[in-house]
Design a binder for this molecule. Structure first.
Ligand code: ADP
Ligand code: MG
Length: 563
């Protein structure tokens, strides 16, 4: 169904057209008429099916700007990112409805600034429950005239422990109101909430046959756990995705994979529950500007965040059944072709079948890329580039060099062949690299040095910064790094002992995340990694730290002297 069949005003239709939407999604065509007629809704559909527009479009249509600017609608979101996304979307739809003001309120931002902002009034308030409640208690927000309440990602809000806040908050709203609830799942607590806060809601649910978009090609590769990294790298080379999302099951795996990708030159970043809001926002901003093109995430962190449409979604770790659909729904949105790749170990075959049944879709097994596959893909890539370049002219000087070579008796085919070989690179002709078993005896018996660096969270340092800087300057590979622990002011990094001195040498001429850094060897030990609790003795640590300070002072004063 097209939007112009939905009885919307020209202001909305034009704004929708500006967004590039033509066809309404299932949830949109089902919800918009109900919201317009004033009904309550429980909407259930997976991520990426356009739930935001399903409530934002009719909301903007229903509301008229008033002079008093008292909130007529409140939209609650579980996180700051989601609240910001919803706000952005509402503003887009309200583009041609002059005077309709939307304000976004979330925790973490200075409250005084929000109070100032709210003094200008708001027709629509979007926010996170805790902070909204805070404003209600301070009487800087009143909802006496609020007639529409939207609970977006309701299950997530409950998961995050907002239940009490929600109950208190909603008790401050008029009972005569429309309540719209969206949730990806319908567990008991959600049903209780709907009972408590809604009035004869209409249940709208995506039909199962639409669970996975037909535009997503789904394939899987079977390999051992220890080969996954290499298979992933090969797939990334072969498929060369513009934007990719890679899912892992744990935070640790996310961190590890990001390091591996960064070291290999991929612009990757991680997203997981342990990250502070600010870090997450930063990652999302970079992603939107395409400074990061690979997002490695856990399910919970990725939930509900509207990232741009991915070309590829990769299940690096095998997903739980209910997450599979959420994950792959990140690509192939809005009619674009997407590709979902799952890496499975032989033991997960049965589970893959179960998911295939559940989603009623075809997930085809692919043979692991062979050396000749890798070559073919790469050759095609180089050929395309070359054919493209052949349509451009080359500088006179190069032309002259070529003529010289020809006059000296070299044949054009010979020259072209050598240049192609150089362009393609030797690596592609070596045996395919096999991964080393990380638990092999050799790896275990290696001596490890712990380096202490004088940078930390204060300078916004993340493990990827450390790894990329040290790897770049000293040539040590990502997987050779051991544990990296970042505190406020300092960082410890485990590296193989044989690299330690080199790295310290390199630190003198390099920066990490743009910051000059000083480092020292804190200790060296035989085991592969330390246990988290086994910190080095306190006095030793502080002694090294003061040593570090001393050195820093000296280096600063010597720099002054040199000038
Ligand atoms: P959900 O809340 O269900 O996870 P979103 O509202 O975040 O989904 O929408 C997912 C993406 O689809 C967004 O990028 C949005 O701009 C886009 N989108 C929504 N509706 C349409 C539509 N009718 N046509 C094309 N794209 C749409
Ligand atoms: Mg949403």
């Amino acid at each position: 169904m097209r939007f112009n069949e939905l009885n919307l005003s020209w202001e909305l239709l034009r704004a929708i057209e500006d967004c590039g939407y033509t066809e309404a999604t299932y949830i949109q065509k089902a919800c918009i008429p109900v919201v317009l007629s004033g009904g309550d809704i429980i909407g259930q559909s997976q991520t990426g099916t356009g739930k935001t527009a399903a409530f934002a479009i009719p909301l903007v249509e229903l509301l008229q700007p008033t002079i008093q600017k008292r909130p007529q609608a409140l939209i609650l979101s579980p996180t700051r990112e989601l609240a910001l996304q919803v706000t952005e979307e509402i503003r887009k739809f309200a583009k041609y409805k002059e005077g309709l003001r939307t304000v976004c309120i979330y925790g973490g931002q200075p409250i005084q600034r929000q109070i100032q902002d709210l003094k200008k009034g708001a027709d629509i308030v979007v926010g996170t429950p805790g902070r909204i409640l805070d404003h209600i208690k301070r009487r800087t927000l009143r909802f006496n005239e609020c007639r529409i309440l939207v609970l977006d990602e309701a299950d997530e809000m409950l998961n995050m422990g907002f239940r009490e806040d929600l109950e208190t908050l909603i008790s401050h709203l008029p009972s005569q109101r429309q309540t719209i609830l969206f949730s990806a799942t319908m567990p008991q607590p959600i049903l209780e909430i709907t009972d408590q806060f809604q009035n004869n809601p209409i249940h709208i649910k995506n039909p199962v046959s639409q669970m996975t978009a037909a535009t997503i090609e789904q394939i899987y590769y079977e390999c051992s756990q220890s080969d996954k990294l290499i298979v992933l790298m090969q797939l990334l080379q072969m498929r060369n995705p513009g934007l990719a999302m890679i899912f892992c099951n744990t935070k640790k795996m996310v961190d590890e994979l990001v390091s591996e990708l960064v070291v290999r030159g991929y612009p990757a970043a991680g997203l997981h529950g342990d990250m502070k809001q600010e870090q997450r926002t930063l990652v999302m901003e970079k992603f939107k500007k395409r400074r990061i093109t690979m997002l490695v995430a856990t399910d919970v962190a990725a939930r509900g965040i509207d990232v741009e449409t991915m070309d590829i979604v990769i299940n690096y770790d095998f997903p739980q059944e209910e997450y599979y659909v959420h994950r792959i729904g990140r690509c192939g949105r809005a009619g674009k072709q997407g590709l979902a790749i799952t890496l499975i170990t032989p033991r997960q075959r049965e589970k893959m079948r179960a998911i295939e049944q559940l989603t009623q879709s075809r997930i085809t097994k692919q043979a692991l890329p062979s050396r000749s596959d890798m070559q073919q893909f790469h050759f095609q890539h180089v050929k395309n580039k070359l054919v493209d370049d052949l349509s451009h002219s080359i500088p006179k000087e190069i032309q002259k060099l070529l003529e010289e070579l020809l006059q000296e008796g070299y044949r054009a085919e010979e020259i072209a062949g050598v240049l192609l070989y150089r362009e393609i690179g030797k690596e592609l002709f070596n045996e395919i690299q096999r991964p080393k078993d990380p638990d092999s005896k050799k790896a275990r018996s290696r001596a490890i040095s712990v380096l202490l660096l004088d940078i930390g969270k204060k300078q916004d340092i993340a493990p990827a910064h450390i790894i990329s800087a040290l790897a770049e300057s000293s040539g040590i590979r990502g997987k050779d790094f051991g544990k990296i622990e970042i505190s406020q002011k300092e960082t410890t990094v485990e590296v193989p002992q044989e690299y330690a001195a080199d790295i310290l040498e390199c630190l003198k001429t390099t920066t990490i995340h743009g910051i000059p850094v000083h480092g020292l060897i804190l200790e060296t030990h035989k085991n592969k990694t330390r246990k988290r609790s086994e910190k080095s003795p306190r006095n030793k640590r502080s002694q090294v730290a003061s040593d570090l300070k001393e050195r820093k002072k000296r280096s600063i004063s010597s720099k002054h002297k040199r000038r």
